[in-house]
Design a protein around this ligand. Sequence first.
Ligand SMILES: [Ca+2]
Length: 358
Amino acid sequence: MRSLSVLACAFALSLGFAAPAHAAKPRHTKAPPPPAIQPLGLRPALVAFADELAAAQNWDAAALREQLSQALDLPRVKQLILPAATGTAKNWTAYRDRFIEPKRLDAGVEFWSAHEAALTRAESQYGVPAEVIVGILGVETFYGRITGGFKVLDALATLAFDFPDEHPRAAERQAFFRRELAEFLKLCRENGLDPADVRGSYAGALGWPQFMPGSWRQHAVDFDGDGRVDLIASPVDAIGSIAHYLSEYGWKPGEATHYSVRIPADPITRRRLLAPDIKPMFTAADLIEAGALPSEAARDHAGPMAVIELQNGPKQPPTVLLGTQNFWVVTRYNWSAYYALAVIELGQAVKARRLQSR
Ligand SMILES: [Ca+2]
């Protein structure tokens, strides 16, 4: 699973390299030199990892030690993996506007036209609507335009062996990246890729759909029929793989992703309704009993729903909606309600624009 904010990565990529950080410094203050970039070297955890993986896979341990010890310890990757500073108010409206904008919509319409047959086939094979696949590809990589400029070997090795201690879940995340590094090395060997050449996000997400290496190996499919799975060069493999991924996580064909709702102002009730977060836990009857007003369509919905609140900054009221199982499935791609709603709304907007332009 991905559990990793590729979206945050896309943001970081767009923000991180653009800001002229030194512009406001007074002349006499010398800017500190950027930290020197060094190889990771033969540190004990890396050696143990290399030896264990080489033994399990029947690879040359010395060669693997050498390859990993030469990977660069990237300070930028360690900055980007840290959570955003607290006190930054979340803002759904601002977030939405970054994705649902004319250039991305045009690119989405163009992508849909170019790959209509594959999208239709994915929809009939996996039950996942074309617009959801189009929404994911638009948010993840702007239809293949922004797939990440980091050397994945360096990025994953940095996070596997020099994960920043100040991260609130450092041990767990470092273990995750060690597993992903192993998956990446296997993936490269299976697909004839040179690990030193592969580029992706700062967190090691790859190709058109930004799959982590483990997700690639587990969920990706050869959807263009050329006999190999290639998420880096084949948008059609990306289309099939996204649909397969969502299907494996329980996408229900024909079910809506979300409904509108009004929930009571009473803070205790709100807290209770919002406590399960994105996990669908309440039936329409539960919600009505709690004093909420689900839409007509939500009242007819058979399964459980989640009450989802998206902040709109400190001054505007939050956006509240009911997420279904399918909304939850989109969050398996990236664990964020903001992400899921951006994907869904981008897909809907591309679909509307496509119909309009016909
Ligand atoms: Ca293929």
